[in-house]
Design a protein. Sequence first.
Lengths: 676, 489
Amino acid sequence: MQMRKTIFTTLLLTAIGATAQNPVIRHLYTADPTARVFEGRVYLYPSHDIQPPEGQRQDWFCMEDYHVFSSENLTDWKDHGVIITQNEVPWVQPDSYSMWAPDCVCKDGKYYFYFPAAPKGGRGFGVGVATADHPEGPFTCEATLIKGVSGIDPCVLVDDDGSAYIYWSGMGLRGAKLKGNMKELDGELTTMKMPGAPEGAPAMMVGGQAMEGLPDGFKEGPYAFKRDGWYYLTFPWVRGDTSNGANPTETLAYAMSKSPLGPWDFKGIIMAEHENGCWTNHHSITEYKGQWYLFYHHNDLSPQDDKRRSVCIDKIAFNADGTIQEVKPTLRGVGINKATEKIEIDRLSTASVGVSTEYVDKENPSLGSCVNLPQKGSWMQYNDVDFSGMNNAYLIVSAKADANTEFCVREKSAKGKILARVKMVVVNEQGRFRRDMSGQWMTLTAPLTYIPRGVTDVVLTCEDKAVSIDWVQFKNRETYFTPATASPSTPDEQGFIRRWMLLEPIEKPNPSNVVFVDSYLRDAFSKEYFKGQFTTLPKDGQKVKVEKQTLTWHAVESNRYNVKLFRFADQLDKQVYGVLFWAVTVIDCEEEMQDVRLAVGSNSASMWWLNGEEALLLSGDRRMVEDDGMSPRLTLKKGRNILRGAIINGPGMSDFCVRFLNEKGQPIKNLTINHQ
Amino acid sequence: MKTIIQNIIALALPLWGLGGLSSHAQVGQPYIHDPSTLAECEGKYYTFGTGGGGLISEDGWTWKSGAVRPGGGAAPDVLKINDRYLVIYGATGGGLGGGHSGRILTMWNKTLDPNSPKFKYTDPIEVAASDGMEDSDAIDPGLLLDPTTGRLWVCYGTYFGNIRLIELDPKTGKRVAGNEPLDIAIDCEATDLIYRDGWYYLLGTHGTCCDGVNSTYNIVVGRSRQVTGPYLDNVGRDMFHGGGKMVIAAGDRVCGPGHFGRTIIDEGVEVMSCHYEADFDQGGRSVLGIRPLLWRNGWPVAGDRFKEGTYEIESERRGYALELAVDFVRMKQERQAWFRQEELQKPVVPVENQKLEEVVDTWPKGDIPARIGDYMFRPHQRWSITAVPDAGGYLSNPYYKITIEGTERALAATDKKEVTTVPTFTGADEQLWRIEQLTDGTFRIMPKSIPGKKGINTRYVLYSAGDSTPTLAEWDFHSDNSKWNFRQH
């Protein structure tokens, strides 16, 4: 059993999750988050909700241990594993599953972890402390609990002068000064009778004082902190009227004071009741890298069960007078998404009126949600997307619409600069590929016409009819070619010739490649499309006229052994299907080479000429295969040789690979290749 | 003159069989495109195809539609992992409709029998996708559960870009966290991975698809010591450069084989499933094909469908021929004197084969035991092998009767697990023979049933107990006693 536990812990030690959205921890349920900044990282000490094991009340909170998590960027969270588990704490009632909201503070280089639980043989809750040399432990538990703290939800404030105060929830919110050892209350304990305790039950020794100035209504989970000379006492609070038997849920509220234990001046609400009825909320407020954050919980991962909760983070702001601006919980959260991630954009930051979110598939909530932009002008904003490293990028988006429409991805606002415009053809009643994709999810792509720098906010705007969006992603296009340089090149290690002059595609409509029989090709390849087709050596940038088309020659170096004509045309935004390409290159030989063969693979059919003489014809609906066709034995002249090719393609990707082989079938590499 | 008539009869036999018996593909209504690897479930065979649904067969030979797979899309595969079936498919059409954004999904089912109360697919999970812009088309997945590591691999893709390899968790059918796709081939479709004897094989479909009787679809293979490649063909060419060695192409009135799947029946007995873009005998429709899978020098190659005809049945043990245990009837021949000058002047007159009617009356009328002896192309050694209508079949072929040429005398299994011949073929199960080509190119021959034993026989094969003595014994791929050759000579 011990062994199993060890293995479990070891596995968790390696768990690293990345989510830029709320909730931030997804492999466990986590609640009551206390976030602290230690050694430049955010450490998160939540309680750990689990599904109650058999024999435990199924509809109640159930917590048996604590994990600690940390993050450097509030996006990537490392689970350091279990730090304390109920049956290893000397004073905790075994199998009481009562390890509720904890806290952890640092004083003089030592870490003090405070946690409540049901004590052995006692009633209610007590609070204990464990110490460690590092924020993630290992923690050593004190043998006994802190005398005088009977209750739950401990929170400790270490003041600027080193004094420490502990706050907890038990018969209202209470606070007390801690001794220098951080393990005992500083001051007298008083005898109190527990409300509702049976006649004759022993009285309790309670320390500290009740926090004064707070409003009526149920309060728990105190979190105290200090900012700009103000002490803040923040707490979950039921403000609703319970007199008529109603069961209003918790808000997060706060009070301010100039002294650590009050009296307090109640200020109002930090976060309103959860809209879905999740009864509890519990929180902490922390500054990290100049920004203040509210950590809280919600039951987003278990919508049917509000005793299984998950930690969320949103930004929080203060007014000049120190009061706190109310925070609206978002699913967006505060993490930064890399643009290259698949971003569930429905977990939005803010949106125009009328924009809604819903499950992609009501029958299968695990597929997540989408956002509906109901009409032209509707927009939604998603904050903090990192475009670093993006260049020559494109947008991928999963979208659904009932009719052909259009939407844009913009920067920062609904009128912001357009990154990409997506024309969504849902119904196409013309051409070869007729389709009706109305109401069905489609993955669409569009080139980015503008790429933001660094981290920015992305806004989706509906430019026509209603559209729903599930996710977006940005990707860099692969690089297939680089411009040829002036200096000559050589064949690659396998002898493939990568430097070519390529002419933009000539339109040659063919809906299928099966027409490429020899006679068709001889006819197609012998036709003169432009002047000097078989004789002149084109220059980079030179234009030719082919009927109505004006086409440009490009001197390129393929980044691969094969020359991907489809990509050549696609990246020039030219026609990719039903096309004819011309390719020319110049091969310089130091000495004459006899009995060499031109080895070609092409997709689809192609024809090749060396020094004006036909060398090879590859016919048919052909895939590109290395050394597919061979010319008869040829002679490469000393000096300049001109190799010309024409490649024809209907649908599908077009490419070719070319090299020279000697009599033994070995590649010839002692060639110099020019494009001019 | 008689010889000529016999030849005509011999020629006519295959024509008589055109009603489906000598079909070069499976029979029934085996219409499918991109069939998944065959799966066995509770005594039935299943395969799923493009567009949803699939085929069911009781015996592997006769197929009808009826398998159920939701989700539509293209080119599924199926694999039994422990007690569940993992079904993987491309949710989209792969370029159908003009786009190449694809999604590959997996789902589980405890059974493949749509009538079973246990029949329920889990929610599909996406394991791979292509965005339409990249060099990938996320359809046509093929599964491999690596027997050496227990790891689960998927190859997928089409001509639009690269064939990719990803890894799934065999417990969940989900993508292994952090797994990045690896490009392993180009210019293939409907790929599949298999493992054998230290090699990983990547089988891809090349050529032109979906053009009926003009489709040049064919299946090629490369192999690698690592599942991650590089997959090289027989001349060392990388499949990433378009390499591939032919496994199966057109022939025998079927064309366009595609979408490979391997099924191991017994050690040394394997078949490959595919579809033919067109079966000329079934109106040029796309049908399921199952062919013997042979291994030659470490390369897979499809065996031919067994052809009806008259054969020597040669033992692999000694090279002797299966024959009736009857008197050897000597043929008459004048004393040879070719060394004499005057003899050299005479014309050479061919010697005719011994004819059935010259010897048949010397044979007993009742059962005649079988024996193995020197092949002398005599009537008692010449066996006509003919498919039997309505007798069913197995994955590779229909059941055959094996009769002495020109007679109804049929090879039969006895209740003593020996082989004999009966004077007249009655269609009884012990006279029906299952003929399967083995991975080494030889054949095993087994009776459909053994008298007195219940059910269909899948263990006992025609066996050389001695050089001259046939019997029925348990199948053993490692013994030449289990193996036979069919020779026409």
